[in-house]
Design a protein around this ligand. Structure first.
Ligand code: ZN
Length: 445
C-alpha cells in the first residue's frame, strides 16, 4: 500500500475506531482489589473481539497467574520481513473522586473533538491505535505482527513480567511498540526514549515499649514519630534536591520543557515554588526523586496526648534511566539508618525495585517511525523522557536486548490520566493511528 492509501484507510476507519473506543471505555475495567471482576473480563472479551476483527490469527485470552487474562493475537511475517510486538493494556485506573468529574467517568462523552472518560487515553487509546492501524491493512500485513494487551497494568503489574519471562517465544519480536505514552503537547510528536526506574520500601521506627502520656513523659521520652520526621527531613536539602550520598543528579540529553507549562499541568499554587535545581527535564527524567507516599501515624481526629512508641513511612525512589534500583535502595535505607536519632530502632521491609530504560539509537525501527511520524504530524519526533516507570519495558529490553523498543501514544500531558476528566483528543488519536500504520509499512519495506 502507498502512504496515501494507508492514510485514506485510517481516515475512513476513524468513525469505527471512535465507536470502538467509546464501547471499550464505557466498561469500568478497574483491575484493583475491591472492584468487581466482571467488567474487567468484559473488557478482555471486547478486546479479543477487536483483535479478531483486525485480521489477526490465533486470537485468544491468555491466563496470567494471579492476574486478569492478557489478550493475544498474531499474524505471520511475510518472507524476509521483521516482526513487531504491539503492546497496550485494557485495564484502567479507578475513577477516584466522582465529584471532580464533569462527565460520568464511564459514559464516554465527546466534547470539542475530545472523548472524555476514564481510560479513553490510558490506555484504551493504545488498544484502539493498534486495532485501527492493523485494520488499515485489511489482513495483508507488511510485517509479522504480535499483539499483547495486558489486563492488569495499573495495579501492581509484575505478573505479566513473570509471564513473558516464562514465555519469551510468544512475544519475541524485532521491534516492540508500546502505545502507553504520549506527546508533551497535542500535535507535537515525540518518542519516549528514557524511563526512570523505581524502588520503594517501608521504614519503621521504634523507641518505646508503648505510648506514654505526653504530659508525664514528653520532654524526655524519645518520640518515634519525631524521630521518623527528623529522618525523613534529611532526605532533601532546603531547595528540595535529594541529598542522600551516592544519588547524584543526572542530565537529560534533549530539549528542555517550560517551567510555566509544568506549573500549570502540575497545578502548583500561586506563590509556591518548584523544588530542586537544574533544568526541569534533568529533574523529572534523569535524576533521583524521593517521595514519602504514606505514613502510619495517629490521625488528627484520633489524636490523644501521647508520645508515640512507633511510626512508619512508605518511601518511593525514582531512579535515573541508567541507575541501579537496588543500589539506590541500599543508599537511601543506609542513610536513614545512619541519621536515625537517639538510638531509635529502625527496620526496613516491603521492598520493591524496577529498572529504568534507555532506548537504543540509530536502528531500523527508529528510522521507520521517524518517517511515519513526520508524515502523520508534519515533523519528525523529538526525544522525551518519562519520569514514571514501565517495568514491563525494562523486562522486555532485558529479555530481547536486540529488539528496538518504541514508546508513544495519544496520552499527551494534558490527557489527565490517573486524574478526573481524563480525555483523548481524537485528531491526536488519528495521527497516532496513521503514524503506527505508516510505521508498519515503512518497517516492512
Ligand atoms: Zn497506562
Amino acid at each position: 500500500m502507498t502512504p496515501q492509501e494507508i492514510e485514506s484507510a485510517v481516515e475512513a476507519g476513524m468513525p469505527r475506531a471512535v465507536e470502538d473506543l467509546t464501547r471499550l471505555a464505557a466498561i469500568p475495567s478497574v483491575a484493583f482489589p475491591g472492584h468487581p471482576d466482571e467488567p474487567v473480563l468484559a473488557a478482555a472479551a471486547l478486546t479479543e473481539e477487536l483483535l479478531r476483527g483486525a485480521g489477526l490469527r490465533n486470537v485468544r485470552q491468555i491466563p496470567v497467574e494471579g492476574s486478569f487474562p492478557a489478550v493475544y493475537g498474531e499474524a505471520p511475517a511475510p518472507a524476509g520481513a521483521p516482526t513487531v510486538l504491539l503492546y497496550a493494556h485494557y485495564d484502567v485506573q479507578p475513577a477516584g473522586d466522582l465529584a471532580q468529574w464533569r462527565t460520568p467517568p464511564f459514559e464516554p462523552t465527546l466534547i470539542d473533538g475530545a472523548l472524555y472518560g476514564r481510560g479513553t487515553a490510558d490506555d484504551k487509546s493504545g488498544v484502539i491505535a493498534h486495532v485501527a492501524a492493523l485494520r488499515a491493512f485489511n489482513g495483508e500485513f507488511p510485517v509479522g505482527v504480535k499483539v499483547i494487551i495486558e489486563g492488569q497494568e495499573e495495579y501492581a503489574g509484575e505478573r505479566l513480567e513473570d509471564f513473558v519471562e516464562a514465555n519469551p517465544e510468544l512475544v519475541r519480536a524485532d521491534a516492540i511498540v508500546v502505545a502507553d505514552c504520549g506527546n508533551p503537547r497535542v500535535g507535537d510528536p515525540a518518542l519516549t526514549t528514557t524511563l526512570r526506574g523505581m524502588a520503594a520500601f517501608t521504614v519503621e521506627v521504634r523507641t518505646l515499649r508503648e505510648a506514654l502520656h505526653s504530659g508525664g513523659f514528653g520532654g524526655a521520652a524519645p518520640d518515634a514519630l519525631a524521630a521518623l520526621m527528623r529522618m525523613l527531613s534529611t532526605l532533601h536539602d532546603d531547595r528540595g534536591d535529594v541529598r542522600v550520598p551516592g544519588l547524584a543528579q543526572g542530565t537529560f540529553d534533549g530539549s528542555d520543557e517550560s517551567e510555566d507549562d509544568f506549573r500549570i499541568s502540575a497545578g502548583v499554587l500561586d506563590g509556591v515554588s518548584l523544588v530542586g535545581s537544574g533544568s526541569l527535564t534533568d529533574r523529572l527524567w534523569a535524576s533521583y526523586a524521593i517521595t514519602v507516599t504514606g505514613l502510619d501515624v495517629p490521625t488528627v481526629s484520633g489524636a490523644v496526648n501521647a508520645v508515640q512508641p512507633v511510626a512508619r513511612a512508605r518511601v518511593t525512589i525514582r531512579i535515573p534511566p541508567a541507575g541501579d534500583a537496588k543500589t539506590a535502595l541500599d543508599d537511601v535505607t543506609g542513610f536513614l539508618q545512619k541519621v536515625a536519632p537517639w538510638g531509635a530502632q529502625v527496620t526496613f521491609d516491603d521492598f520493591v525495585t524496577g529498572s529504568g530504560f534507555t532506548a537504543g539509537t540509530g536502528g531500523r525501527a527508529r528510522a521507520a517511525i521517524d518517517g511515519a511520524m513526520e508524515r502523520a504530524f508534519g515533523r519528525t519526533p523529538r526525544d522525551v523522557g518519562q519520569g514514571g516507570s514501565i517495568p514491563l519495558v525494562a523486562k522486555l529490553s532485558g529479555l530481547f536486548p536486540e529488539a528496538e523498543i518504541l514508546l508513544y501514544g495519544a496520552e499527551d500531558d494534558d490527557a489527565s490520566i490517573h486524574a478526573p476528566n481524563e480525555r483523548v483528543v481524537l485528531d491526536e488519536l488519528r495521527r497516532v493511528i496513521t503514524a503506527e500504520a505508516l510505521f508498519l509499512a515503512n518497517y516492512g519495506a
